[in-house]
Design a protein around this ligand. Structure first.
Ligand SMILES: Nc1ncnc2c1ncn2[C@@H]1O[C@H](COP(=O)(O)OP(=O)(O)OP(=O)(O)O)[C@@H](O)[C@H]1O
Ligand SMILES: [Mg+2]
Length: 490
């Protein structure tokens, strides 16, 4: 598409600007999609004359085929076309996460179509025919700029993710690098994502990263936990209700879908959602519409859904806890988070990042962990994954205050199972039998007293076993009114 445009043809359909401006936009690819040859060819010629690289397609179907080899920075598309129209084309590109800025042209322009294309389909701009060339040119320049900004942002994210950072997530292991790649691939689209991983592996963080890297980032991110919620409550939380829908519905309330309008909704612990609600959820996802409980009319929703579960999918499907039809609807992309014990290479960068955050939170100056601690971390099984690592580090940061974290700052029985520490002393059962009705404070007091008996009143040793600082132990004793709070029998 480099031949000199024919000024006559262009003028004959109403374009008035001169063409043939010398290439200033080399390297910017524009795809023009229009079924009418008499419109498409001169439009392409004009744009080419402005220095853009132009390709054309007569309908959405051919546009998709062309895009396999031609990477468009901007798409200009007609709406009404045979085979595949402009709406469908944009929907497909959006779902694949491949949508460059798109300028939609239509001869039947009205404000509703404009809003629909821009909001629902993510079009960059809407332009009525006959086209004003000067306006089109400004738009093209802007769209190209947006495209290059997006590319620049993507390049930066990719560069950072290679060094182990993506939004708030860190990880240098092969598994986390793969997760970062998928997040970056799926984020721009509206496609549903299913995040699977043990408790504390970072599922919510993945959902937030996808939202942050998506065009929806300025709209809300809403998370709802589907566990332990009765069916009616779950449904009113999800879909909202009208005043008087049930006893106690004193006024209309928006549900999570509405709150997340144009943004992202995280359905956490999806497999725990009652089966009836799962069926209703599926219908809402299929139709992109919902009715509030007790409501008469339907509301159109534009929400990207991310679901998370810590169950293994096989098990949840086999037991019928997760409906198969819903699973297929949500499993467009699946992100598996490996347990921490299977990606020990992440330990150094996770430790460093978490220490930084915890230092800030507790105004501490902990520098690192000793090699011995890191070794204990590598040997440990981490059933609670990154959340457990964070908790272990938080306790250690508070105990250490500054300098490196040492073995003594870890819980007394940390890593016992791997033999890095002596096994915990087991108290005689008759000494620790606590009747139901014992308060936490009473249990804590009993445990402290028992431990002191066990260490023959050696408080330093007792504090170590209890996993608290000597100062905390003294404070507790003071609370209990013990007489010997001043002397440490170290
Ligand atoms: N890759 C990571 N980088 C930094 N922090 C992380 C990472 N993964 C998890 N975390 C931290 O670990 C904690 C748990 O993460 P998150 O809540 O996302 O886990 P989850 O899988 O949703 O857990 P659950 O199944 O219990 O809901 C959070 O404090 C989070 O910030
Ligand atoms: Mg979670």
């Amino acid at each position: 598409m480099r031949e000199k445009p024919d000024v006559r043809t262009i003028a004959s359909i109403g374009y008035t600007v001169s063409v043939g401006n010398q290439a200033t936009r080399q390297g910017i690819n524009v795809l023009v999609v229009d079924d009418e040859e008499s419109q498409r060819a001169p439009l392409a010629a004009m744009i080419s004359g402005w220095g853009f690289n132009v390709e054309t397609a007569p309908d959405g179907q051919e546009a998709l085929e062309k895009l396999e080899t031609f990477s468009a920075n901007v798409i200009i598309t007609d709406l009404m076309m045979p085979r595949m129209d402009g709406f469908e084309l944009m929907k497909r590109l959006g779902a694949e996460g491949n949508m460059p800025p798109a300028i939609v042209l239509t001869a039947f322009g009205n404000i509703e179509t404009a809003i629909e294309t821009i909001h629902d389909l993510g079009a960059f701009w809407f332009m009525e025919k006959p086209i004003q060339p000067a306006a089109l040119r400004v738009l093209l320049e802007r769209a190209a700029q947006q495209s290059s900004l997006a590319e620049e942002a993507e390049r930066l994210h990719r560069q950072l993710s290679y060094s182990g950072v993506l939004v708030d997530m860190v990880g240098t292991s092969r598994q986390m690098q793969q997760v970062f790649t998928i997040i970056q691939q799926v984020a721009p689209s509206k496609a549903a994502v299913l995040v699977v991983g043990e408790s504390g592996t970072g599922k919510e963080l993945v959902a937030r990263a996808i939202h942050q890297l998506s065009p929806r980032k300025t709209a809300p991110f809403v998370a709802i936990n589907c566990a332990a919620m009765p069916e009616t409550l779950m449904e009113s939380e999800l879909f909202g209700y009208e005043k008087g829908a049930f006893t106690g519905a004193l006024e209309r309330r928006a549900g999570c879908f509405e709150l997340a309008q144009h943004g992202t909704l995280l359905l956490d612990e999806l497999a725990e959602m009652p089966s009836g609600t799962q069926a209703k959820l599926l219908r809402v996802l299929e139709d992109s519409r919902l009715r509030r409980l007790g409501g008469k009319s339907e509301i159109s929703i534009d929400v990207r859904v991310i679901a998370a579960t810590n169950r293994t999918l096989d098990d949840a499907l086999k037991k019928g806890d997760l409906r198969e039809d819903l699973f297929y609807r949500l499993n467009v992309f699946q992100i598996q988070l490996a347990p921490l014990r299977q990606r020990l290479d992440d330990l150094p960068i996770l430790t460093e990042t978490l220490l930084n955050n915890l230092n800030r939170k507790h105004s501490c100056k902990v520098t690192s962990v000793t090699p011995e601690v890191m070794e204990a971390f590598r040997k440990y099984n981490w059933p609670g994954n990154v959340r457990e690592l964070r908790n272990v580090l938080e306790r250690a940061v508070i105990m250490a205050g500054e300098g490196p974290i040492q073995m003594a700052h870890l819980p007394y029985d940390f890593g016992v199972s791997v033999g890095s520490r002596p096994p915990a002393q087991v108290f005689e059962p008759e000494n620790v039998r606590l009747p139901v009705g014992t308060t936490v404070a009473e249990a804590e007091k009993a445990l402290i007293q028992l431990t002191l008996q066990h260490t023959k009143n050696n408080k330093t040793r007792a504090a170590e076993i209890l996993g608290i600082s000597l100062k905390t132990l003294f404070n507790k004793l003071k609370e209990y009114g013990s007489s010997d709070t001043a002397e440490a029998t170290a």
